[in-house]
Structures are given as C-alpha cells and as structure tokens.
Write a protein that binds this ligand. Sequence first.
Ligand code: FES
Ligand SMILES: [Fe+2]
Length: 415
Amino acid sequence: MNDNREPEMLTARDLAQVGRGTPAGEWFRRYWMVAARSDDLRDIPMRVRVLGEDLVLFRDGAGRLGLLGLHCPHRGTSLEYGDVGPSGLRCPYHGWLFDISGACLEQPAEPPGSVFHEKVRHLSYPVRELGGLIFAYLGPPDHEPPLPQYAPLAEPGGQRRIEAARHYDYNWYNFIENGADPAHFSTLHLSDPDDGTWRSWFFNARDVPPFDAVETDYGMKVVSRKPAAEKGLSYVDEKSYALPSVMQIGDTEFTHFKEPREALARGSSNAHWMFVTPDDDDHFTLYTVDHYTGPDPDFMTRLAPSRRPVATAEKPEHDHRPLSPYRGSVRLEDIMTQSTQGNVACRQERLAASDKGIILQRRLILNAVDRVRQGLRPQGVPSPEEGARLVRMDSFTGIRAYPPKPDGETDVRSD
Ligand code: FES
Ligand SMILES: [Fe+2]
C-alpha cells in the first residue's frame, strides 16, 4: 500500500454517508447537531439515533443532560428502558448505574469491594440546550467547539414556536439541496397561477423569477427577484443555508397565509429555521423553529393550521401511486420529489444552469468536508476565540433595491 498517495477527490456522492469514519460523517462530527426537542425529553430516557449511532438521552436527578450509548456495556440491554435516578441512568437488567459522563458508579451484583466498575466507561457525548432544542456533539473531544447561538433560539422577546420533530425516510442531503433550488417553487409548489396570491404571482412557471446564488459568512443564499412597480426596486425572496445542515426560509408568512402581492411591501417579521439531523444514511429528522417579532399577537395561532400537510388535489380511484395525492401541500410536494429522486450517491443527474444554487452549495460542503479531512476547522464551526457567537441568517423577503446599493440604483434583471 502506498502511503504517499493523494486522498481521492471528494464528490457529491460522498455526502450521502454520515457514519463514523466516512468523509461527511467526520465533517458532521465537528458541529453541534440537534438531537431532540426539550419538550420531548420528560422523566424517562429517550432513544435517539444521530449520524448512525444509537444513543439514549436523559436528564439526571439534578436536571443535567446526558447522552449515552443505547446499549448497556454489560450485556447490551437497551438503556431506553433504564431508570433515571439522582446521579444517573440505571440499567434495568442488573442495575449498573452510569452518570452523564459515562462513568459506571455501581454494579449491585458484583462482590463487595469490587472495583470492576472503575474499569467500565460507557460511551457518552456532550449535550447542551438552547431555546427549546437539545444539541449533541459527537466529534473528537479536543475539537469540541462553542455552541453557536442561533438567533431564533437565543434572542429574547417575540413569539417562538418549535414544531414537533418530523421524521423522514430518505437521505438528509435531498432535503438540504432542495433549499438551494428556488427554480422548483415555480413548478412544484404552484397550485393555481391565477389565485391572486403573492406566491403564485412570484413563483410562476410562466415567468420564472431569475435568481442569484450568493456566498455568505454562514454559507449561502439564493436570491430570487422580480421587478416592482417602483423604479429601481424589486420583489426579493431569499432562502439561506448555513453549514452543516440549517436552512432559513424568508417568505413563510406570505406563502402560508396566502397573502396578496401587496402584502410583501411590509417585509417579513418571521424567522423560519430548519435544523436537519441525519439519523443515518437513509433517515433524517427535521426540527423547525419560528421566531416572530412583528405586531400580530395571533401569529403563531394562524401559522399552525396553515402548515397542515393536507393535499387539496383529488385522488381518482385508479390512482394507486403511494404518495398521491400530494398537490396543494408544500410539505407533501417536497416529500414526493425528494423521496423519489434517490440517494445522491447513486442518482443519475444532468445539472442545468438553474441548478447553480445546488452547484455552489455542493462546493461549499465539499470544501468543508475536505478541510476536516485535512485536520482543519470547517466553515460554520466557531473557533474558541470567536466563542458562542450569535448566528444570524439573512433571508430577506420584501421589496428593495437589488442588488442592494447605497444610492438606491439597481439592475433588477441581470440574468
Ligand atoms: S445488561 Fe445492563 S446491567 Fe446487565
Ligand atoms: Fe420545496
């Protein structure tokens, strides 16, 4: 074996695998990943699967969070059925007791005076809580970064809502790349082009809005626009992506409330963020946060029903397609496309000019994966000097000069 050979070039196919020892798996292991919603972790242990690892999450008697390997190191029983006590989690089979660091404190069936428990150390990972989400770090301890203070979770005030965790049975990357692909909105999510809503006017297959893919300090965004009535101004719709797997959609209230075109003039007051955690290569979990800072006291009450995944299309009797009907629900429409396109590792593709957002996103991710392979810190992981800094994504939706210029002059249709 030649130890001097160059590492192989990474390709998008490498993004599909998230297990330990794979390029993307080691990359993910440099970030804090969401493992659960705080509300879902009650007084019993909770089984979670993160990056291909089976784990158990719990709070000990002092309220401290612990994340341990799911299977007891004695003879493998699932600690999901263990008992939470003041100092840790006790296996239900023979009573071995583990604290949140994985130290084995007790082994009731061992002879008196036995110190065998001191030789047993169970797998454990650091866990932190922020704004209603629980984050876990599965990477090398000497690379543990500060937990980024994601703005919609960390900022005080406003109305905040974290939806129930959603579980999907396809590869994480299919979901993430969809956010860098604004071209699909004008076809997939167009229900009635003449319904008078902003969404149907803006994202319309008869007049697909041009867009730019723009690098940012947190990752990238796609900026779609159409000319506004006022000279020099544009309707602008942005969607952001932050490494490793966080997205922000700027237009959620206009889309979900079916607002008319004019409503966009007031701009968006809602930050809609999506945190994607790969469970393994074939499943991921989605955690979404809305943080509204506008004047409507009933905003969240109105938002919840507008997002129900209920298709409006009829299903004829002869339609036996398993994902039909899907039209009329943005969420079902996305699931249909993303779950049927196949894993990026084995999918056949013909990328076109309108895939420029995806091309930029793949470059960013592969650069970051490669940096980890070289032992470097990837984009999106704060350095110890930066500390737990506030992370914002800028997904503007509204009317403004584009590209933004101090003098207000703008070229609204550049491609
Ligand atoms: S299997 Fe857990 S204590 Fe025996
Ligand atoms: Fe979509």
